[in-house]
Design a protein around this ligand. Structure first.
Ligand code: GLV
Length: 320
C-alpha cells in the first residue's frame, strides 16, 4: 500500500479522502521534526510538507521511494525543487485557496497602518483616559485616490489589486512577466520598472515568491527611492525585505510605516519593530482561518490523489 507521510499537525477533516485510499502517517498534536522525518522517509512514497519544512538534498537522498512532495502552501522556497525534478520527484503546491485570504490580509494591513487602527487600539488599552483623543488627533492617511505599487503580480498580487481598485486606488505593478494588455485593462494596472514603482507609490506591497533573485528585493537603496510618506506591506516571505534596513528606514522617517505578516529571521520580528507605533505586525496569518486550512489540506490531498490515480488535475510546480 502507498505510504504517505504528513509532516505537520492539521485539522484531519481535509485528509479524509486520502486516509481512505492510502496508509497515512500524521504527527499527533505537534509537527514532526526534520530529524524524525529524515528517519522515516525511506519507507514513504509521498511527503506532504508544510511551507517551513526543509525538503533539501539530504532528505531527498534518503528517500529512495519518494515520488511526490505535496506542499501545503503556494510558496515552495522550502523545497529544493530543482533537485526534486532532477531525481524524478514531482512537487505540487496549493495556489487557489491561498489567493483571497492572503490578499485580504495585505489589504487589512494596508488599511490598518494607514488609519492607525492597531496603534489606536494599543494606545486606548495602554493609556486609558490619558490617551489624547479628539477630531484633530490620531490623523491617518486615506487609501482612496492613493497609488498602490504591487511587486509580484501573480494570483495574490492581482487579487489585491482588484480589492484596492474597489477602494479607488490606482495600481502600478512590477513583475517578472508583464500581464497581457487585456489583463492589465481588466484590473486596471500599469506596468512600470521597479524604480518607478518605488518612486510613485504611496503603498508598496510585496507579493512575489522568495527566490535567490528576490532576496532583499527591498533594502536600504530601495527605501531611499520610496516616498517618505510610503507604507511597505509584506505578506510574501520575510527575506524579501532587509529587516535591519527596514528598522532604520522607519526609525529615521525614510518611509512612513509598514505592515508585515512575515519576518526575515523566522517567526518573530526584530525587537526594534515592536517598539515602533507606525508598524503593524502579524505572525504569518495570511491563510490562517479554519476554512482555508481545511481547503488547503484538501488541495494537498487532491494533488496526491490526482498524481497517483491520474483522475483529477494537480497543481504541479514546473520549475524552481
Ligand atoms: C503561505 O505562506 C503560502 O505560501 O501558502
Amino acid at each position: 500500500m502507498i505510504k504517505v507521510l504528513v509532516t505537520y499537525d492539521m485539522f484531519r477533516e481535509g485528509f479524509t479522502e486520502l486516509e481512505k485510499l492510502y496508509d497515512v502517517t500524521f504527527p499527533e498534536g505537534r509537527d514532526f521534526s526534520y530529524e524524525e522525518v529524515y528517519e522515516m522517509i525511506p519507507e514513504y512514497d509521498v511527503l506532504c510538507s508544510m511551507f517551513d519544512f526543509p525538503v533539501n538534498k539530504k532528505l531527498v537522498d534518503h528517500a529512495p521511494k519518494l515520488k511526490l512532495v505535496s506542499n501545503y502552501a503556494v510558496g515552495y522556497n522550502n523545497i529544493d525543487v530543482a533537485y526534486c525534478i532532477e531525481k524524478g520527484i514531482t512537487v505540487t503546491n496549493t495556489p487557489a485557496p491561498v489567493t483571497a485570504p492572503t490578499a485580504n490580509i495585505a489589504l487589512g494591513l494596508m488599511l490598518d497602518v494607514a488609519r492607525r487602527i492597531t496603534e489606536c487600539d494599543r494606545k486606548l488599552r495602554r493609556l486609558g483616559k490619558q490617551m489624547k483623543v479628539g477630531v484633530l488627533e490620531n490623523l491617518g492617511i486615506p487609501i482612496d485616490g492613493k497609488t498602490l505599487g504591487i511587486i509580484g503580480m501573480g494570483r495574490i498580487g492581482q487579487a489585491l489589486a482588484k480589492r484596492a481598485v474597489a477602494c479607488n486606488m490606482h495600481i502600478l505593478y512590477h513583475n517578472r512577466h508583464r500581464l497581457s494588455p487585456e489583463e492589465e485593462a481588466s484590473i486596471p494596472a500599469r506596468y512600470v520598472s521597479k524604480e518607478e514603482l518605488l518612486a510613485q507609490s504611496d503603498f508598496v506591497s510585496l507579493n512575489a515568491p522568495y527566490t535567490p533573485e528576490t532576496y532583499h528585493l527591498i533594502g536600504e537603496e530601495e527605501f531611499k527611492q520610496m516616498k517618505s510618506s510610503a507604507v511597505l506591506i509584506n505578506t510574501a516571505r520575510g527575506p524579501l525585505v532587509d529587516e535591519h534596513a527596514l528598522v532604520k528606514a522607519l526609525q529615521d522617517g525614510t518611509i512612513h510605516g509598514a505592515g508585515l505578516d512575515v519576518f526575515e529571521f523566522g517567526d518573530h520580528p526584530l525587537p526594534e519593530l515592536l517598539e515602533l507605533e507606525n508598524v503593524v505586525l502579524t505572525p504569518h496569518i495570511g491563510t490562517q482561518t479554519y476554512e482555508t486550512r481545511v481547503i488547503m489540506a484538501q488541495t494537498v490531498c487532491n494533488n496526491v490523489i490526482g498524481f497517483l490515480e491520474g483522475d483529477r488535475p494537480i497543481t504541479r510546480v514546473l520549475h524552481p
